[in-house]
Design a protein around this ligand. Structure first.
Ligand SMILES: C[S@@+](CC[C@H](N)C(=O)[O-])C[C@H]1O[C@@H](n2cnc3c(N)ncnc32)[C@H](O)[C@@H]1O
Length: 237
């Protein structure tokens, strides 16, 4: 099924997020694991490994069902961890997990990442799969205000493969996901068809680098993960 071309306007990106994620909360953890062959766990582990060991306040943006938030809280049991998420459906699942595990130092906030403000600064901010949806021109200055000096920013997201032979594999992968995944998980149709279009159209890597530089972040580093399928950018305030 051909998918509508997406624009880069932020109103339409917000609408896209709600369209993508509506009704997908309960199956999210299973699908992310299934569709990445478990590699998402390695990517999350890489992000958590990058968090400075002395961090006492950590912000996890677009925390979804709390996969990364919980991983952070388990690695940093004495730290205060704040998860921010746009959709209540996802946040409810995250809250239930935290309740079941009896973790006390996690707070969840229902908010668009760009609108969230904290009176207390953070040692680290992480976000997995947010950059392609975010209004980086609003988000990055807001984060700069909420980070302590030397604090670390860690942003992770999918990337369009920069090598022609990998583009072919990438396209086949999404075709298979659409053919196999859609009949099994109809709630995921929007994502299975819309995500590759979004990844191809969004240039979050140079956009994020530009915004970080414009806002005085330093030590900007970038690494591709697993066959250029995703990447992490880090920077210090
Ligand atoms: C693919 S999920 C990732 C969730 C989580 N970070 C993870 O890796 O498991 C993307 C999440 O980002 C949220 N999201 C997208 N744009 C957002 C924004 N501007 N502010 C806050 N959350 C956002 C969506 O609602 C969705 O739950």
């Amino acid at each position: 099924m051909p998918h509508k071309t997406m624009t880069n306007s932020h109103g339409s990106k917000l609408e896209l997020v709600h369209r993508f994620f509506s009704g997908t909360g309960p199956s999210y953890d299973f699908i992310v694991n299934f569709s990445t062959f478990g590699i998402d766990r390695l990517w999350k582990r890489r992000m958590v490994n990058l968090i400075p060991p002395h961090a006492t306040r950590i912000l996890d943006l677009a925390c979804g069902t709390g996969i990364s938030t919980l991983a952070i809280a388990k690695r940093f049991p004495l730290a205060q961890v704040v998860g921010v998420e746009l959709r209540d459906e996802y946040l409810d699942i995250a809250r239930k997990k935290v309740q079941e595990l009896g973790l006390r130092r996690i707070e969840f906030v229902l908010s668009r990442a760009e609108d969230y403000r904290s009176p207390e600064p953070f040692d680290c901010v992480s976000a997995s799969y947010l950059p392609k949806y975010a209004d980086l021109k609003v988000l990055i200055p807001a984060l700069h205000h909420m980070l302590k000096t030397d604090a670390l920013l860690i942003m992770h997201d999918f990337t369009f493969p920069p090598k022609p032979y990998l583009v072919w594999i990438w396209r086949v992968y999404f075709k298979v996901l659409q053919w196999v995944g859609t009949p099994l998980f109809p709630d995921w149709r929007e994502i299975f068809y819309g995500l590759p279009v979004l990844i191809e159209q969004t240039d979050w890597v140079p956009e994020l680098r530009d915004e970080l530089e414009a806002n005085g972040f330093r030590d900007i580093r970038f690494e591709y993960l697993t066959l250029y399928g995703s990447a992490i950018m880090t920077a210090r305030k």
